[in-house]
Design a protein around this ligand. Structure first.
Ligand code: F6P
Length: 545
């Protein structure tokens, strides 16, 4: 057994998980359960009352967090300690949203000053493009931005831009290309004019196959349309921590926006990786986004664990994964602008906490990161919610909804809210056999049929959910919301004693992909791998099955 599972508190939680009453009972025993189990911070309200938890549950979970030295681990992250031990890196995405006057020293440099310089450079660039001063090679103003990147260099810019659509200044359109599938870039380029298109190539490493290939294709397209090599500087900019490689690739040194190895890809939207966002919503709104995230950083760093929103959410996720065998967690956004958020949180959490060994290399004997999935409400209610209500898998859910819509048309928003709240209620309380039978009392069915149908209509309930509300979706509330999930991910990783900041499994994919690429393009048939891989490679070389 690992140290964690041997701990008395861990074992007490395992024991306690078997004794909890149904949530219906917990609610009827405590009419103030919502007041006692909700928290407000940074423009967000978290209702965690619909969880399988009593006061004893909470105190055991907080005890576990304290015994896991969560508080000192939080301090270590903010202080820039090398907590990413396998890559020997600090983890300081929080510095990207720190106020200009703060000082965070890393290797003798105040990194906040470097961050502020980059923000200033971004601001100048954004103003120059959106004001129409930045001209394309034929003297026309820029109308379209193509953001090329993948993973964190794609999802953050894309999903935040989509979420903040009401804040677009209207000066530019933006298109996102990530996949190496040529169809993606070909379809985008079809609609674009090279004279008015700006490419933002985002790659922290400047070594990612997909991004390099897509950028080369974009450059070839640009040159084929009549532009000259010297015109590239007016249409291609890059964001990278590898300035040397970006320059070698042909990006003008003035057009390179730096980032740093202490920012993980999935935590990078706050850096110059967020340039496409800033181009769309303007620099002031981008700074509001950073301010919202910073407010959540302050809350996370300074609030006692018992009232700390990321801690509470992280502990509940761990509670279900480790003590109720929940294998997945669903994120349900009741706001069309937030429809991409589940995919963003999926990368954030699964790339961070999909790990099987502890920091010191011991195999874990407990579940770590769950599968994160989800979508926008109410669409999911007509699909996978069936499994949430009556399936055999326990799937804890987060419901996220702004109280006021950016598009308050007719009855739409009140209906949306009724569905959101109705779902959390139904998941919690379920429907008993007697209730189902009573509902059928006026039907013409005979008793036997009524009993059969009633059996099928039973919903066990006791299905946990959090509800997160905000007054309105703004750059600030969005910043706080995303930072809330970043820190929730951290909390779980800290208790599981894993490194949430490397991604060796993903790196393996990059290596294997390159090896297969060599075999696909070699001048001989593949015969050195397993029979399946050899055959697949050879079929591709043949071009027919
Ligand atoms: O492949 C994993 C990953 O490293 C992500 O974490 C990262 O966001 C993405 O690839 C893109 O990497 P880069 O920004 O270096 O191109």
């Amino acid at each position: 057994m690992t140290q964690l599972t041997q701990q008395a508190t861990w074992q007490a939680l395992a024991q306690h998980s078997k004794t909890l009453p149904h949530m219906r009972e917990l609610f009827s025993n405590d009419p103030k359960r919502f007041d006692n189990m909700s928290a407000k911070a940074c423009g967000l309200l978290l209702d965690y009352s619909k969880n399988r938890a009593s006061n004893e549950t909470l105190s055991l979970l907080f005890k576990l967090a304290k015994e896991s030295q969560l508080e000192s681990k939080i301090k270590a992250m903010f202080a820039g300690d090398i907590i990413n031990n396998t890559e020997q890196r600090a983890v300081l995405h929080t510095a990207l949203r720190a106020p200009a006057e703060q000082v965070i020293n890393l290797d003798g440099n105040n990194i906040v000053a470097e961050v502020q310089q980059t923000l200033a450079k971004m601001g100048e660039f954004v103003n120059s493009v959106t004001s129409g001063d930045w001209l394309g090679y034929t003297g026309k103003t820029i109308t379209d931005v193509v953001s090329i990147g993948i993973g964190g260099s794609f999802l953050g810019p894309k999903i935040v831009s989509q979420a903040l659509r009401p804040y677009w200044t209207g000066k530019l359109n933006c298109h996102f290309v990530a996949n190496v599938d040529g169809t993606s870039i070909t379809e985008k380029l079809k609609k674009l004019d090279p004279q008015t298109t700006l490419f933002v190539m985002s790659s922290k490493s400047f070594g990612t196959q997909e991004t390099l290939t897509n950028t080369l294709t974009a450059k070839e397209w640009f040159l084929k349309q009549g532009a000259a090599q010297a015109d590239v500087a007016k249409h291609f900019v890059a964001v990278s921590s590898n300035v040397e490689k970006a320059t070698e690739f042909g990006i003008d040194a003035n057009n390179i926006f730096p980032m740093w190895d202490w920012v993980g890809g999935r935590y990078s939207l706050w850096s110059a990786i967020g340039l496409p966002i800033a181009l769309l919503i303007g620099m002031n709104n981008f700074r509001e986004l950073l301010a919202g995230a910073h407010a959540m950083d302050e809350h996370f760093a300074n609030t006692p664990l018992e009232n700390n929103m990321p801690v509470i959410m992280g502990l509940f996720s761990l509670w279900y994964g480790n003590f109720f065998n929940a294998q997945s967690h669903v994120v349900l956004t009741y706001d069309h602008y937030l429809r991409g958020l589940p995919a963003y949180f999926q990368q954030l959490d699964m790339e961070s906490n999909g790990k099987g060994v502890t920091l010191n290399g011991t195999d874990v004997d407990y579940s770590t990161g769950p599968i994160i999935w989800g979508g926008e409400g109410t669409n999911g209610q007509h699909a996978y919610h069936q499994l949430l209500h009556q399936g055999t898998a326990l799937v804890p859910a987060d419901f996220i909804m702004p109280l006021n819509s950016h598009n308050p048309v007719g009855e739409h928003h009140v209906q949306l809210a009724s569905n959101c709240f109705g779902q959390t209620q139904a998941l919690m309380q379920g429907r008993t056999y007697d209730e189902a039978l009573a509902e059928l009392s006026h039907s013409k069915l005979d008793d036997e049929q009524k009993q059969l149908i009633a059996k099928h209509k039973v919903m066990p309930g006791n299905k946990p959910s959090n509800t997160i509300l905000m007054d309105k979706l703004t750059p600030t509330t969005l910043g706080s919301l995303i930072a809330l999930y970043e820190h929730r991910t951290f909390v779980q990783g800290a208790i599981w004693q894993i490194n949430s900041f490397d991604q060796w499994g993903v790196e393996l994919g990059k290596l294997l992909g390159n090896d297969v690429l060599d075999r696909l393009t070699a001048d001989k048939q593949a015969d050195e791998l397993d029979s399946s891989s050899n055959s697949l490679i050879n079929l591709f070389r043949q071009g027919k099955i």
